[in-house]
Structure formats: C-alpha cells, structure tokens
Design a protein around this ligand. Structure first.
Ligand code: SDX
Length: 429
C-alpha cells in the first residue's frame, strides 16, 4: 500500500478522497474538495492559535521539542554559543552559512556603520514619560524609524533591503540603550564603534561621564552568548507576527515593530521580566510551597516554565544556567538564584508540572544574569528583542522569497447571528 497520501471517507456523503501527504503534512487547501453540497465552500482545518499548523517551509531554525534540540541553519545551539559571537551567528541566520573571517569583518564593519540614529529619534524618545516602559519605547521608536528611511518600502530591491537589514541590526541596541537612559534621566551615550557590538551596547547603557566605557570581558561575553541564545526560535509568536505583518509588503521597520509588540507580552518575551517579579514576590525559599500551591490552584503561572514546543527541557536554559555561574563569579551571587533553583527543584518533582510537561524555559534564568550585570527588570524584554531582530529579519526575507507565500489572510468559523433586518432605534428594546 505505502502511498504518500491519506484516503478520507466523508461519512456525511460516503464519498472518498485521496489527499496527498508531503513533509508529513496535508496541504489544507486540498481539503476544500470535501463538500456535502456542490456550492459549499469546502472543508477547512480549524486550529486556534496554530497548535498544529505549519505556516511555512523554513531552513533557518530546527527545534525538536521532545529531544530538546535547537539548531540554527543545522548548527547545534550549544556549539554556536560556545564558539561564536552574536554578530557571527546573526550572519549565519541571515545568510545561511557561517561567515569566513573576511565576511565577518565586512559584516561587522557594515553593522557598525549603522549604529547611530537620526538626532530627531532622541527628541522623539524624550517625549516619553520618565517612567515609560522601555519596551513600549522600543516598539514605538522602531516603528518611527520607518519614517526616516522611505526607501525601506522598496522591499524587492536587494540593495535597499540589505541596507534596512543593516540599519535594523545596527540600530536596535542604540534604541534600546536610549530607552534606558531616558528612564534614568541620564544623557544618551552615542555608539562607540571601537568596541564590539555587545561592548558598545553596554557602553551606551552604562557609560557615566566622559571616560570611555570598558566593558568587563566576562559580562560582555556572557551577554553576547545570551544574544546568541535568543537570536531565533522558528515560528514563535513574534516571528509569526513578523511574517504575517510582513506579508502585506510593509517596510521591515514597521514589521519589526509589530514583532517586538508581540514579544512584549508576558507569555512570550515579557516572561523574563515576569520571572524576576515572581521571584521578588516569593521573597524567600520558605514561601515557595505556598506559591506552588497557589499556582496549582490556578492563581497564576510559574513564569519561566513551560513551552509550546519543548516538552522535556529547553536547551537554552541549560546553557544559561552555566553562564550564570560565570557571571556570578564576577558580580557576586544573585540571592534570587537560590529561590529559582529551589523553585525548579520542587516543580520538577511535582506531578502538576510533570503531567503538564512544564520545565524551565529560556526565560527562567536569563533575568538573573541580566539583573546581576546591572540591567533593570523592565529592560529584560528589550534585551530579548535586540538579538531576535536577526531572527525576525531572516524569516521576513525567507517569506518574501517564498513563492508559496501570499498576504496572510486566514478564514474563520462564523458562529454569529444569522441574517436579520435593521431595527430603527425607537423600536429597539
Ligand atoms: C518564550 O514559542 C517560542 O519559541 C517562545 C520562545 C522564543 O524563543 O521565542 O521560546 C520564548 O516565549 C518562552 C516562554 C516564556 N513564557 C513563560 O514562561 C510564561 C509562562 N509559560 C506559559 O504561559 C506557557 O507555558 C506558554 C505560553 C509558554 C506555553 O503555553 P501553551 O503551550 O499554550 O500551553 P498551555 O497554556 O495550553 O498550558 C498547558 C497546561 C495548562 O494547564 P491545564 O489547562 O491543562 O490544566 O499547562 C499549564 C496551563 O495552565 N501551564 C502552566 C504554565 N504553563 C502552562 N501552569 C503553570 N505555570 C506555567 N508556566
């Protein structure tokens, strides 16, 4: 028998259909032939939140949730985190191959050419309140960048598109740092391109006074590795937003702002901030049993736990746990680490979490490192957005070059009112 197809019998009509199978999927539009009446629209799939739907074919990132595997362009995340820099990985994600030293040098200097932002961007950001959330500032300012580069709308010009890609990767750290400086009332620090990509970001964040900022090498390297771990993750919520918004052929700055807005949510990139607030709320190891009891009673979630795809462990969490030790050797141990470790120990033994396959995800430990380096909790989602910009752009470009992709426009199952006639206001009850 061994045919790459499904044979479907519609018991409503007794008809049988042969539906081709490719990549272990059926093409949803092949179901439209299944009808009861000839003038029916035809069968659709119903899949709220895309629990079991492939949006696209992609060659960027591979995840195996059961085996805890994450690879960028085929390279295991553990090897990339150990041997590469973030800019090297952003080149890999965007171009499909690890760069030669000449290519990496060229890429690095091109990105560095685009770290400055127009002076009006400073004025725009100074319009936010002192206590504006930096992620809200980031989303708004990235969208505003689209107004500074009108040629960004010419998305099918390779040359113009490459320039916007470099602008986005080069400027997101600057926008991020300016958002932080605005919240502290400190003067903005301009990019120092003599530093590395990540060292320059730390300089724009923490430089005080006129002395040039010298990043601590251990902290600079730890943050660079965290950027690698956050660079892409296939069709997560924010990358799906990037693809869907980008499918209308809007410029990449506007699409990136939409993706960043999706990342802002506490169920997604906002989780790292929520984890620290949760650890603060728990306050002490002795309060963990009561907190777990509340979670199991549905009073809230164990933030930083669980994942739609990973059902055994998130390989990034393992790398981050090791990174934490390196950072704490320099900064001193974050006391919240003990609460996090005890929370993980208890949760991993508790049937509620085991049954639901809930394990620490990328956000459970990352915030402890960010806080130890000196970032305020509100900056954590912004730290996620900086590297994820490379992943968003790679998926955006892949979508534009995919002949099977058109403007995203899903269908619905209508369950509203049947046809009814207008009722004049005087007759309404
Ligand atoms: C990221 O998609 C990606 O790749 C995302 C990401 C990336 O790199 O882009 O990996 C980054 O967003 C990581 C996830 C960060 N979010 C959090 O840590 C927030 C807490 N986690 C959850 O909200 C949740 O686990 C999600 C959102 C991550 C996944 O949600 P799902 O797959 O929709 O699972 P679900 O909500 O249907 O949960 C299944 C069950 C439910 O219980 P029952 O209704 O069956 O009784 O597990 C429970 C949920 O209530 N559950 C949790 C829980 N997560 C799920 N219960 C307590 N604490 C949690 N954290």
């Amino acid at each position: 028998m061994n045919k790459d197809s499904l044979t479907i019998t519609d018991n409503r009509t007794g008809k049988t259909y042969e539906i081709p199978v490719a990549n272990d999927t059926v093409h949803a539009t092949d179901l439209r032939q299944i009808k009861v009446k000839d003038d029916d629209f035809g069968m659709m799939t119903y899949d709220p939140s895309f629990m079991n739907t492939a949006l696209c074919k992609s060659s960027i990132t591979f995840i195996d949730g059961d085996k805890g595997i994450l690879r960028y362009r085929g390279y295991p995340i553990e090897q990339l985190a150990e041997h590469c820099s973030y800019l090297e990985v952003s080149y890999l994600i965007l171009h499909g191959e690890l760069p030669t030293s000449a290519q990496l040098e060229q890429w690095t200097s091109e990105v560095k050419m685009h770290t400055f932002v127009h002076e009006n961007i400073k004025r725009l950001m100074q319009g936010f309140r002192y206590d504006a959330h930096p992620m809200g500032m980031f989303v708004s300012t990235v969208a505003a960048l689209s107004t500074f580069y009108p040629e960004a709308g010419d998305i099918f010009s390779e040359e113009k598109r490459r320039k916007q890609v470099l602008r986005l990767i080069g400027k997101v750290p600057t926008v991020a740092a300016f958002a932080y400086r605005n919240s502290t009332g400190m003067p903005y620090v301009y990019p120092d391109n003599d530093l590395t990509f990540t060292g320059n970001f730390l300089s724009m964040m923490f430089r005080a006074g006129s002395n040039r900022y010298k990043p601590h090498p251990v902290l600079e390297q730890a943050l660079d590795k965290l950027f690698i771990l956050h660079a892409d993750h296939e069709l997560n919520c924010s990358t799906t937003a990037m693809r869907n918004v980008g499918s209308s052929h809007v410029d990449p700055f506007s699409a990136t702002a939409a993706a960043a807005a999706a990342l802002y949510g506490p169920l997604h990139g906002g989780a790292n901030e929520a984890v620290l607030r949760m650890l603060d709320h728990i306050g002490d190891i002795s309060q963990i049993p009561a907190f777990i009891k509340g979670v199991k009673a549905g009073e809230g979630k164990l933030m930083g736990f669980g994942h739609r795809v990973y059902k055994n462990f998130d390989p990034r969490a393992n790398v981050i746990k090791k990174l934490a030790e390196d950072v704490f050797e320099v900064t001193g141990r974050n006391p919240k680490l003990d609460i996090a470790l005890e929370l993980e120990r208890i949760a991993l033994q508790d049937d509620y979490f085991i049954k639901r396959k809930l394990y620490p995800n990328v956000d459970f430990y990352s915030g402890l490192i960010y806080q130890a380096i000196g970032f305020p909790v509100q900056m954590f989602p912004v730290l996620f957005a900086i590297p994820r910009t490379s992943g968003w752009i790679a998926h955006w470009q892949e979508m534009l070059n995919d002949a099977e992709q058109k403007i995203a426009r899903p269908r619905q199952v209508y369950i509203g009112s049947p046809k009814r006639d207008f009722v004049p206001i005087e007759k309404r009850r």
